[in-house]
Every structure is written in structure tokens, then in C-alpha cells.
Ligand binder design. Structure first.
Ligand SMILES: Nc1ncnc2c1ncn2[C@@H]1O[C@H](COP(=O)(O)OP(=O)(O)OP(=O)(O)O)[C@@H](O)[C@H]1O
Length: 310
């Protein structure tokens, strides 16, 4: 049975006259590891803070596990674990003392508190560092510690705002493994980043936020396929003549064709099978081809493609 963990309807938020979220819609199923991708200023942090109940929207509805949440309606807050993009860590505490502080704040005492601390430090592979001072830890380890802190209240929905930003590949991988374990435990996770490829390696689903609107969302494979097709196709010919130009111009899957000398660049709306068919057809028509490849794409190009350049 499909259970919707988070549903957002027509969410809007304006700062002064700047529309940051614009009638945004989203639904996330229980157990999804959802990557929220968007460029700087797209509204990711604003959206996450509203879901966490820390910021009031101007309009719209946020439902968590079927119940409405706002800054005032706190029944749903216990279901949420929120890790901000910059989490404060108390420098004069050891890892264990830091966890002890938050565990006690969550109402655990004595043996229960000790068990809770140990369990969560083990989950993020930090038990061996329990005597180390927080201020000497690397950013990657601090992020794991903040994640352990978020887990103390046993949230069902985790909101992680850019947890991998500034981390090296090994530290990113550590976070990825922990998130996989949490997903196996049934948690629903939203993780934001401005790097699609960073999230595509760890998420089950991706949503792309641009200018306050969720411009697309779906399984990670579908989004990557969309990204692949947004990459421009570049073909270098031995020469471009009138019949070749006519062929390219009238091809149903080719848009935005530009010709520069013997080189053609285009948006080709087909998968790799369609690319192969195009290459075969060109050769059959007598074209001499020196180069045929998709160029590197960018998130901006994908946005333009999805929004048709609006
Ligand atoms: N308290 C505020 N007052 C006024 N403007 C704000 C405030 N908070 C955010 N903004 C603006 O709202 C827009 C969206 O910000 P937000 O932090 O939600 O985006 P983001 O996608 O998380 O970006 P980043 O990746 O840079 O963190 C930005 O233009 C930002 O400058």
C-alpha cells in the first residue's frame, strides 16, 4: 500500500516582494530517499524550514503523514528530524557529551540515555570517536555527528539541508551509506543539494526546484534520462551541404539546430537507440562524419529544457 509521507499543496512564500516559493506542489511516499535539487536561491532552505515547522508560509498546505503541520500546530513536529545547512556544534564538549546533552533534552535518562547515545553513534560510525572533542573533528565527521543528533528523537521524516556540501568524496560516501541504512530502517529522507549528480548516486527520487516551483519530480532513472537528453548533440561533418541541412532541419527529434562551419549542434530529443538511428541515416545519406557525441550538460540546461526556456 502506498503511504504518502509528505504532501505539499500550493505552497507560497514571499520575502519583501521576492517570490521564493510559488504555488509549489510535491508529494513524497513513505520510504523514499528524495533528492531536492536546485541552484542557489531556488528556495530549497525555505521549503525545508516550512516543512520543519520553523517558518510560516504565506499560503498553501503541508501535510505530514496525513496531518497538517504549521509552526503552531506541533503534533507533527515529533515526526521530523531537521539538520540545517549550518549546524552549531558546541566546541568544548566531547562527542559523547554532545550526544548526552541532546539525548537528555529529548527526555532520556540513565541507562536509556546511554543506550540511545551508543546506538546512534554506532549508526553513524562514530562510537570510536566518543572521547574526542567536537571542535577538532573534520566537517564530514561533524556532519555525521549532527545526523546522529537528529536521530535521537526517532523521527520518521528526515530533512537534511545540503549535508554533503564541502565534503570530500570519502565523506560523501560515508553519508550515502548511512542514508541507505536509514532508508532500510523505513525512514523517509529529503536531502537537498545544488548538485544533481551528487544526489543521483544516493537518492531513489529527485525533485527539481527552480525559481520556487517544482519543475519536475520522479524516480532518479527518469530524471537522469531527462538530463542525458538535455545534453546538446554535436556532429562534425566533413562538409555541410544543402541536402544535409534540409535533412537535419526537418528531423522530427531535432530542435535548436545551429551550424558553425562543418559543425552542427542541436537538441536531440531521443534516447541512445534514436541516436544510433540518426547516425545510420546520416551515413546512408552520404554524410562524412568525424565526430558524433553528446556534450556535457548542466543543470541550467536541464532547467531550460524542462521549462522550454521560460
Ligand atoms: N530571511 C530572508 N529574508 C529575505 N530574503 C531571504 C531570506 N531567506 C532567504 N531569502 C532569499 O530567498 C531566496 C531563496 O533562499 P533559500 O535559502 O531558500 O534558497 P536555497 O535554494 O536554499 O539556496 P542556497 O542553495 O543558496 O542555500 C534567496 O534569494 C534568498 O536570498
Amino acid at each position: 500500500m502506498v503511504i504518502i509521507m509528505l504532501e505539499i499543496q500550493d505552497l507560497s512564500k514571499e520575502y519583501d516582494t521576492h517570490m521564493v516559493l510559488d504555488s509549489m506542489k510535491l508529494h513524497i511516499q513513505k520510504g523514499e530517499l528524495f533528492g531536492l535539487v536546485g541552484p542557489n536561491g531556488a528556495g530549497k532552505t525555505t521549503m525545508i524550514k516550512i516543512i520543519a515547522g520553523l517558518l510560516e508560509p504565506d499560503a498553501g498546505l503541508v501535510m505530514i503523514d496525513g496531518k497538517r503541520t504549521t509552526t503552531k500546530e506541533r503534533r507533527t513536529h515529533a515526526k521530523i528530524g531537521y539538520m540545517p545547512d549550518y549546524s552549531g556544534t558546541y566546541p568544548n564538549l566531547t562527542v559523547y557529551e554532545y550526544m548526552d546533552f541532546y539525548t537528555q533534552m529529548n527526555g532520556y535518562k540513565g541507562k536509556d540515555a546511554k543506550k540511545k547515545i551508543e546506538e546512534n553513534l554506532e549508526l553513524v560510525n562514530l562510537y570510536s570517536k566518543k572521547e574526542e572533542y567536537v571542535d577538532v573533528l573534520s566537517r564530514g565527521i561533524k556532519q555525521r555527528l549532527c545526523l546522529a543528533r537528529c536521530l535521537i528523537s526517532e523521527p520518521e521524516l528526515l530533512l537534511l539541508d545540503e549535508p554533503t556540501s564541502g565534503l570530500d568524496p570519502r565523506a560523501r560516501n560515508d553519508i550515502r551509506m548511512i542514508l541507505n541504512t536509514l532508508r532500510e530502517k523505513g525512514k523517509t529522507i529529503i536531502i537537498s543539494s545544488h548538485l544533481l549528480h551528487d544526489l543521483s548516486k544516493m537518492c531513489s527520487h529527485i525533485g527539481i526546484l527552480d525559481k520556487g516551483k517544482m519543475i519536475t519530480q520522479g524516480p532518479v532513472e527518469d530524471i537522469l534520462q531527462m538530463e542525458e537528453q538535455a545534453k546538446p548533440l554535436r556532429i562534425r561533418f566533413t562538409e555541410v551541404n544543402a541536402s544535409l541541412l534540409k535533412f537535419l532541419d526537418s528531423h522530427a527529434l531535432i530542435n535548436n539546430l545551429t551550424i558553425d562551419g562543418a559543425q552542427a549542434t542541436m537538441h536531440f530529443q531521443g534516447d541512445s537507440m534514436e541516436e544510433a538511428k540518426l547516425l545510420t541515416a546520416l551515413i546512408r545519406n552520404g554524410a562524412g562524419i568525424c565526430y558524433f557525441a553528446r556534450e556535457e550538460g548542466s543543470l541550467e540546461r536541464l532547467f531550460l529544457q524542462i521549462t522550454k526556456g521560460e
